[in-house]
Design a protein around this ligand. Structure first.
Ligand code: BGC
Length: 253
């Protein structure tokens, strides 16, 4: 039987969000709960916040959880914008134990991969054709790569070296805010970043997401790259929706 509802948690640099998801249309069911990401963002601190969120719902089923990190077989391998103690942490085991669930009922995945999966399932069907890269511009830059709708997990294109710098330290949305850049100034950096990326992977389409995609009219038209760019249709809740879908499908990379 295919589940019609799922539950997703999106762990981000500034907030941890959870909600029930209708897996037929990709919409949230009822309220979304958000709690600020604790600092330092250690595994122990985050697991408590996640348990707190799950407890606010009447949900006994599988839980999908995103991390802003490389996640392979439930283990976190990087920690660019979370506490370094995540590296090597068996996130799957940690959350399953705290949430009182079987390990198979907790699906851990990278946040951008989750957002991309949601976009593939519930966004524009045209995105399911060819080589498509979704990029999320937030605290860092997340990436999800698809061929004909199938995910290649953990691509981490946000850390490409561009002109001698880790790309996300120049072109993430947080950098725009921290350095007080105007949209045109920031768009020049995004353009340079996407040019390097398109010359490496030759995608058919870029999908741009993250909070800053809500103001897409201020920067997307300024991009001069070869590849077509569209704005993500799910925006803010894509991570939650993708996580819930992954849990329902039992996805584990
Ligand atoms: C992390 C990625 C994550 C992205 C967006 C990067 O710093 O390395 O794993 O997807 O930020 O949160």
């Amino acid at each position: 039987m295919t589940a019609t509802r799922g539950f997703g948690i999106d762990i981000g640099g500034s907030g941890i969000k959870g909600a029930l998801v209708d897996l037929e249309d990709g919409r949230l069911v009822g309220e979304r709960v958000r709690i600020d990401t604790p600092r330092p963002a250690t595994p122990d601190a985050i697991v408590e916040v996640v348990a707190d969120i799950v407890a606010q719902f009447d949900w006994e089923g599988p839980v999908g959880i995103t991390l802003p990190a490389v996640v392979k077989k439930g283990v976190a391998h990087t920690a660019a914008n979370i506490d370094p103690s995540w590296i090597g942490t068996d996130a799957d085991g940690l959350f399953a134990k705290r949430l009182g669930r079987h390990i198979d009922d907790v699906a851990m995945l990278n946040d951008a991969d989750a957002a991309g999966m949601a976009e593939m399932r519930f966004g524009d069907p045209a995105a399911r054709q060819g080589v498509v890269a979704l990029l999320t511009f937030g605290t860092g830059i997340g990436s999800a790569l698809f061929q004909d709708g199938k995910l290649v997990p953990n691509t981490e294109f946000g850390h490409l070296e561009v002109d001698g710098h880790d790309a996300e330290t120049k072109a993430a949305a947080s950098v725009k805010d921290n350095e007080g850049l105007s949209y045109p100034e920031w768009a020049v950096r995004v353009d340079r970043y996407l040019t390097v990326l398109e010359n490496l992977i030759w995608p058919d389409l870029f999908i741009v997401g993250g909070g800053v995609s809500k103001k897409s009219e201020k920067w997307v038209p300024l991009l001069e790259i070869r590849t077509r760019v569209v704005v993500a249709s799910l925006q803010n809740n894509a991570g939650i929706v993708g996580a819930a879908a992954a849990a329902a499908e039992g996805i584990e990379h």
